[in-house]
Ligand binder design. Structure first.
Ligand code: SAM
Length: 308
């Protein structure tokens, strides 16, 4: 026998689905509003594009991570915009109200505190919901710390992987870095500068001290630093200058096969040298750390070398 509650649930689900379909089709044809995804400066206010200024001067609704931060970007207007605070803690619930405004025909500008929204910043759910409701979404491109750093770092730009923030705790960070160690494209990480020494330390341990890398700190601001060097030397540089541990940083690393030949240490040559100087387990640990190779595999290779 079929449970009547079960049947009513199915009928209700079907009805809701149909209503939703009707509604969104209707909405696609009726709502002329646009969700503008507006990039804003990452430090230098002169980087706000004229088009971004024009949109922020006109839209009836501005959704911002921190409305106080974004208010200084908006020019004087005859009618104040409706400010809407959208951050990671209220994104899920806040979306409904924003979608309703868009469905009512009001354009919405989405901004984050700095740079391009959705790039390690809130907005993904809102953009998805707008698509689901057939609402036009349009970018107003501009600054993003990742692209600004990549453009000036002096590392390969033909292929890159944007990782964003690494885990805050060293053990989890090392695990994630180990998984990335053999990637051949340039890797881009976001990091607060106060974590820079620790992040460079973990990168050195997992990618090897000679891997080419770059730091791009306080981009577009007064005390901007852009420096390319090996991981070991970058770490030493940051450790020796407290100022480098302040502000915001992008860390970039060359891909696994992109460091110049002169700086590359072939893992098996290293294994051979270490196996002569250290107990096998210790040598295996060091090789695994520097090359990203599994420790047991490194141990087996050393045993084979010793036997040969
Ligand atoms: N959505 C932003 C973008 O498009 O760049 C990124 C936001 S994320 C929450 C903030 C991180 O971006 C910082 O921790 C830092 O890694 C990086 N960042 C932002 N501004 C920067 C700047 N002026 N110089 C260097 N890195 C910056």
């Amino acid at each position: 026998m079929i449970d009547t509650h079960f049947m009513s649930a199915i009928i209700l689900a079907l009805k809701t689905g149909l209503n939703r379909l009707d509604h969104s089709t209707e909405q696609t044809s009726q709502s002329s509003a646009t969700l503008w995804v507006v990039a804003t400066p990452i430090g230098n206010l002169g980087d706000l594009s004229p088009r971004a200024q024009a949109i922020l001067a006109e839209v009836p609704v501005i959704a911002a991570e921190d409305t106080r931060v974004s208010q200084k970007l908006v020019p004087a207007r005859s009618t104040a915009p409706h400010w809407f605070s959208l951050h990671e803690h209220n994104e899920a619930t806040g979306i409904n109200r924003l979608i309703q405004r868009l469905r009512d025909g009001d354009d919405v500008a989405l901004v984050s505190d700095a740079g391009t929204p959705l790039i390690s910043d809130p907005g993904y759910r809102l953009v998805c919901a707008a698509h689901d409701h057939g609402i036009r979404v349009s970018p107003v491109p501009g600054p993003s710390a990742a692209m600004a750093a990549l453009s000036a770092a002096g590392l390969a730009t033909d292929r890159f992987h944007f990782e964003g923030f690494l885990p805050a705790k060293s053990a989890a960070r090392r695990t994630r870095l180990r998984a990335l160690a053999q990637r051949s494209e340039t890797l881009i990480f976001y990091a607060p500068a106060r974590d820079l020494t620790a992040v460079l330390g973990d990168l050195t341990a997992e990618f090897g001290p000679q891997r080419e890398a770059a730091i791009a700190r306080e981009l577009t601001k007064q005390f901007e630093t852009i420096r390319r060097d090996t991981l070991a030397d970058l770490k030493a540089f940051v450790e020796s200058d407290g100022n480098q541990q302040r502000g915001e940083t992008v860390v970039l690393s060359a891909g696994a096969d992109r460091t110049s030949q002169a700086q590359t240490i072939e893992p098996m040559a290293l294994a051979h040298e270490l196996a002569q100087e250290l107990p096998p387990a210790r040598a295996a640990r060091i090789i695994a750390r520097l090359s990203g190779m599994d420790r047991r595999e490194a141990f087996a290779q050393i045993e084979r070398l010793r036997a040969s």
